[in-house]
Ligand binder design. Structure first.
Ligand SMILES: C[S@@+](CC[C@H](N)C(=O)[O-])C[C@H]1O[C@@H](n2cnc3c(N)ncnc32)[C@H](O)[C@@H]1O
Length: 281
């Protein structure tokens, strides 16, 4: 089937970096995540991953290419799954959802209302490419526009996910968005992946990120405690270093040794690999 893709901004294009990583992961003999739907979607779109040299290169072992994205998805999925089990009347918001089929991986009770928010062009693609269900809603909006939140129920506990999106928001827009969200809902949790200022500077310069570098707007976060000061009612519950996850033992020798070394230090872990943060509000 031939599929015509629209033109994307660098931020929108980045959804193929994460989707492509999950697709490649699912082709591993022992996947970290095993999201075969990601692979089907990439194949249907016919999108060539050559824009992302780190996914295309033959020099890197495939496990090293996909580890960060696949394992952080798995960690965040677990947070969402546990939240909706405790709150079957929850609202889940996946901010900057791209073409991620997280709802299929989490498989929440049908009493959960799930909202995938991304730019209108991406929300339209989701409607064409992902399975639809009565309790799953695609919201086409810019996250920095306060208007879209008015249509989201405000009387249920909320699980808010920001997976791979913070790097495209200025610190001011990100903090304003979080303050709107924590005010809108009676309470809930927030799960996101964070990068240090050093990682953000490296991304902006790196050849691997050239396709999306133009829209990298966030300066990075070195201290997860800062968000508690900037956002009303936010309390840090977990800081999960991917270097310390059991999945790191399945990396090839060099990656495994580096992860084991970095795992001894929080600072090194923050520099070396993705960090997943979970807050309560
Ligand atoms: C790296 S992708 C991550 C997609 C998805 N969460 C995943 O893990 O595959 C970043 C996504 O954030 C979206 N995004 C970035 N800035 C946004 C904004 N201001 N409003 C809505 N979506 C935004 C992009 O369109 C893109 O789909």
């Amino acid at each position: 089937m031939s599929f015509t893709l629209p033109a994307f901004t660098p931020a929108q294009e980045s959804l193929f970096l994460t989707l492509g990583s999950r697709a490649l992961d699912s082709r591993l003999p022992r996947p970290f995540l095993g999201d075969t739907m990601a692979d089907r979607i990439i194949t249907t779109t016919g999108y060539g991953l050559d824009k992302f040299p780190q996914l295309n290169t033959k020099l890197l072992d495939r496990r090293s290419k996909v580890f960060d994205v696949a394992v952080r998805s798995k960690v965040i999925d677990g947070m969402v799954r546990r939240f909706v089990l405790r709150h079957p009347n929850a609202v889940v918001l996946d901010l900057g959802a791209g073409l991620d089929g997280r709802i299929s991986r989490v498989d929440p009770p049908t009493t959960v209302e799930w909202y995938d928010v991304d730019f209108p062009v991406v929300a339209d693609l989701r409607r064409k490419l992902l399975p639809q269900s009565a309790n799953a809603h695609n919201v086409g909006a810019d996250l920095t526009d306060p208007a879209w939140l008015r249509d989201i129920p405000s009387d249920r506990p909320a699980m808010i996910v920001a997976d791979g999106v913070v790097l495209f928001l200025t610190q001011e827009d990100f903090v304003a968005l979080l303050n709107r969200l924590t005010t809108h809902f009676p309470g809930g949790e927030l799960a996101l992946n964070a990068y240090t200022t050093h990682a953000m500077r490296t991304f902006k310069r790196s050849r691997a990120m050239r396709a999306i570098a133009g829209d990298l707007a966030n300066p990075g976060l070195n201290d997860p405690g800062l968000l508690e000061h900037w956002v009303n009612g936010l309390t840090l519950l977990d800081e999960i270093f991917l270097t310390r996850t059991p999945e790191a033992a399945d990396l090839p020798l060099i990656g495994r040794s580096a992860a084991r070394l970095a795992a001894k230090s929080a600072t090194l872990s923050r520099i070396m690999a993705t960090v997943v943060l979970r807050y309560r509000f």
